[in-house]
Every structure is written in C-alpha cells, then in structure tokens.
Design a protein around this ligand. Structure first.
Ligand code: ADP
Length: 486
C-alpha cells in the first residue's frame, strides 16, 4: 500500500557510524523480505569487516565523554526516545509487521513493551548508586562506586525487532556505555528507524553505531577480538551463543546471553482449565510461537488432559492465518522457509512416533511462510519435538499422574528459561516453582515479559538478566576505593 511505501522510504538504508548514515565501504547491499508475501521490502547496506571496525572506532572514541555525561542527561535522552517511539507507535508496529510478519495487534503490543525499556531505564539512569562505609577494624573507609563497563557489542535476533534492541540499548545508555549494534539481518529495518529516533532524541554521535551485515561472524569476530570492546550482549540461539562465549573468553569480556528455551506449561488437576487454555494461547501463539519464552511442552494432569487439549484445539481453529497487516489477522507467517521446514519436520517426526494431530499439522498453501496452528496429543516420550525448540505455532501435549512426575518432566531439558504453571493452589504453585530449574515462572500467567522484571534463564538458556533493576548492572562494574582513616 501507499502507506507502507511511505513508511519504508523513511527508514535509513545505510550503516550508522559516528553519527552519519553511510553506504558499505564495498558498496555491497542485501535485500529484506516480507515473510507474508516473499516480496522484497527494501535493500540496505551490507557492512564489511572494515565498516564494523569503523563502528567500534567511533564507539571507543565516544566512550570517555559519554561516561562523563550526567546521568540525568542520559536519562532525559531515553525519556525523549520513549515519547518519540510512543508517538510513532503505528509506524513501528507496521514496520515490524512488514519485516517480521507478526499481526499488527501483536506488533502494537511489542511497541508498548519495547518502549517501556526506554522509560524504565530513563528512571534507572539516575539510581546507579554506591556506598561509603567503615571497615570492621575502623581503620579504613570503603567507597564503592558503579562505572560503565565500556564499549559494548549488542547482537539481536529477528523475532522482536524493537524490544530486543531497546532491552539492550536502554540500559547501556543509562549506564553510560557506547555501543555497536548488529541487528538480525532478517529484520534490520526496525533497528534503523529506532536508531534515527535516538538521534532525534539527542543521542550524541558515536554512542550508538549500527552495522547491518549478511556476514555476522566475519563482521563481529574482529570486534570481539579487539581489546577496546569490553562487553558482549547477545540474544539468539544456544549454539551461536556458545560460540560467542568461547570467542569472548579471549579478552575476558563481560557477557550477557539470552539463549534458547524449551518452556514447560504445566496444568494441574485443580487448575481453572479455561484460564489455562487462555494462558496456553498466549504462551504458545504470541509471535507465532517464535519466542524463546514460547511454551514448548504442555504437561497436563491425566484427569484434565483431554478437556484441555480439545478446548485448546477448538481455540486454535478460530485463528485467522493471513498477512499481519490485515486488522483481522491473528496468526502471521513464520520468518522464512528454513524455519517453516524445521517446524514441519518436528511435527512429522512426532506423528511418526505415534502422536495424534487434533488440529493443523501442515504448512498453509500459497505465498508466504504460514504454518497451521497445531495441537498434538499422545506425543511419545523422547520425541524430538519435546527436546528441541519448536519456534512455531505447534503445541505437543503430554500427561502426568503426580506432582513429582510433573517436576521431573518439566526439568527434563538442557534449557531453563521459563516455565508456566496453572493451579488454583498457591502453595502448590510456589512449591513447584522452587523445584523448577528456570529463571522465570508464570503462575497462572501465559506471559511473563515485563520491563520492570529481570528476564533471563539458567542452564543452557543463558547468563545475566535484562530489565528490572538487574538490567543496568549488566552494563556496570563495581569499583572500590580504600581510604585511610581520615
Ligand atoms: P535466530 O534463531 O534468532 O536466528 P541466531 O543465533 O542464528 O538465532 O541469530 C541471532 C543473531 O546472531 C542474529 O543477529 C544473527 O545475525 C547473529 N549471528 C548468527 N551467527 C553469528 C555468529 N557466528 N557470530 C555473530 N553473530 C551471529
């Protein structure tokens, strides 16, 4: 549509380096596709390793004066950015829907969520305090202060193009760190529009540099090896995170890693089944299931499993699978054909292992990478679909008989990001929470993400926390000054 074309025309096509938007030094470009149609939306600059290094040069040069900038001033930039993103909420929502596929209603939800990191960290910027105390023997004074860790490399995924950027950029700005952002090459447009908004909000040149590239490893590798870089924050898959952690060991970088998940969604016999089904729709279908927090395994007490699965399947049938720009859309396309084939492969292998398909089970014919909302029951223990992150609108249901069995099944994964538990018994909910090896727990809730809460996992789901009062700590280090008895 004309509105889409006008919006795309406002998105910078270049790399943001030291306050100016530039073409790649090689002149290379790459195309951004609409996953609902397969059509090319825009062509943008494709950074070379030299461009990446120029971005780090700019970040390193800006670090000292940025660290000395008053916390209030940094906070006010974030607050203005919050106001600007909020004023342009419809633009950001439409752009995300176009490049990523999620329905507009969800994209609007992401704008609210993503913008909130800007507001939250505008408030945290002025609260990074230290302390002054007397040593136990009374002979020295202990002065403790927080300092920015220094230039950061931020690598973001394609599934939440705005929120994954603001969740890292906002605390870095609040703490006084400069940055090189490497957005996902499938969804770079939102990051570029957001970077332009930060410039408008008054962010000084060099503080945020944005490099788009089709060669993530080739461009980020030399930065990770460069002693001027002090921090790596990554959100993406566990295999890539593992490699980045190994690379970060060379210069002993601070790291934050938000990796994969395999969230259990546990429904007890005393749960409100309708509320559990509503929670399941959110936990499974938010972002078409393309979220590290997506419920991956539905572990339901045998006495309510049939009712739960039938009601869940009935709701799945009502979804409208259509390009997200249509206001009636409730299920957008998956990000690309590779993702869709992987989802279908997991479904096919579960069916081969003996699962029953209550609804869905196949790709949607026609343009784009749509996949039917799917519920599988009688999924065999050990099926691949219970072990791997599905990243699609597919819900495998398995049953349990006792609380101990539910805990054992839920913990039976190398991941530990989030779990969802539905029960009317609060004591049971808390008891189960204490026994689950996860960084986050949704108790009678299908969504946990909140800018004011610490987001993150344990086990192979990652290291560190984003959001909450913990989020800024990832970008600060503690310095202590020992003072002789004055
Ligand atoms: P996803 O499943 O979300 O695509 P990835 O881990 O493949 O997860 O990608 C997340 C981000 O990491 C993207 O920005 C991608 O370009 C980047 N990335 C992928 N491989 C590497 C790598 N070897 N080094 C640095 N960044 C990478």
């Amino acid at each position: 549509t004309q509105r889409e074309q006008e919006l795309l025309a406002q998105v910078p096509t270049g790399l943001l380096i030291d306050g100016s938007w530039r073409d790649a030094s090689t002149g290379k470009t790459f195309d951004i596709e609409d996953p609902a149609t397969g059509k090319i939306l825009k062509t943008i600059a494709d950074a070379s390793p030299a461009d990446g290094m120029a971005a780090l040069d700019a970040a390193a040069a800006a670090q000292e004066s940025w660290a000395r900038t008053a916390p209030r001033e940094r906070g006010e930039i974030l607050r203005r950015a919050f106001d600007l993103v909020t004023a342009r909420a419809e633009d950001f929502a439409l752009l995300m829907t176009m490049e990523m596929g999620k329905p507009l209603a969800e994209a609007r939800g992401e704008v609210t969520y993503g913008a909130e990191f800007l507001r939250w960290f505008s408030e945290e910027a002025v609260r990074a305090t230290g302390r002054y105390s007397t040593s136990p023997d009374g002979k020295t004074r202990i002065l403790v202060n927080k300092k920015p860790v220094g230039p950061c490399l931020l690598i973001t995924p394609w599934n939440f193009p705005l929120a994954m950027a603001t969740r890292k950029i906002a605390p870095a700005i609040a703490a006084g760190c400069t940055m090189v952002l490497k957005p996902a090459n499938l969804t770079p447009l939102t990051s570029s529009l957001f970077a332009a908004v930060l410039e408008e909000a008054g962010l000084p040149k060099g503080v945020l540099n944005v490099v788009h590239t089709s060669d993530a490893k080739g461009v980020t590798g030399p930065l990770i090896d460069d002693s001027r870089l002090r921090k790596l924050s990554f959100t993406g898959s566990t295999p890539v995170g593992r490699n980045l952690l190994a690379a970060a060991a060379k210069n002993v970088l601070r790291t934050s890693m938000e990796l994969g998940g395999n969230a259990p969604f546990v429904v007890f016999e005393d749960a409100d089944v309708d509320a559990a089904v509503s929670g399941a729709m959110l936990a499974k279908l938010r972002n078409m299931g393309e979220a590290c927090t997506a419920a991956n395994r539905f572990i339901v007490h045998e006495s309510v499993a049939a009712e739960f699965a039938e009601k869940f399947a009935a709701k799945m049938k009502t979804l409208e699978t259509i390009r997200g720009t249509e206001e009636t859309s409730t299920l957008g396309p998956l990000i690309d054909e590779k993702s869709r084939s992987k989802v279908h492969e997991l479904v096919t292998s579960a069916l081969n292992d003996g699962a029953t398909c209550l609804v869905g089970g196949a790709p949607v014919e026609g343009p784009g990478y749509f996949y039917q909302a799917t519920v599988l029951t009688d999924v065999a223990p050990g099926s691949r679909i219970l072990q791997e992150e599905i990243f699609g609108p597919v819900a495998p249901v398995i049953t349990f008989a006792s609380e101990d069995e539910a805990v054992r099944l839920a913990n039976d994964t190398e991941y530990g990001l989030v779990a969802y538990v539905f029960t009317r018994d609060l004591n049971r909910g808390l008891r189960i929470g204490e026994r689950l090896d996860v960084g986050m727990l949704g108790l009678n809730a299908g969504v946990v993400s909140n800018a004011a809460a610490p987001f993150g996992g344990v086990k192979q789901s990652g290291l560190g926390r984003e959001g909450g009062s913990e989020g800024i700590e990832e970008y600060l280090y503690t310095q202590y000054v020992g003072i002789a008895d004055p």
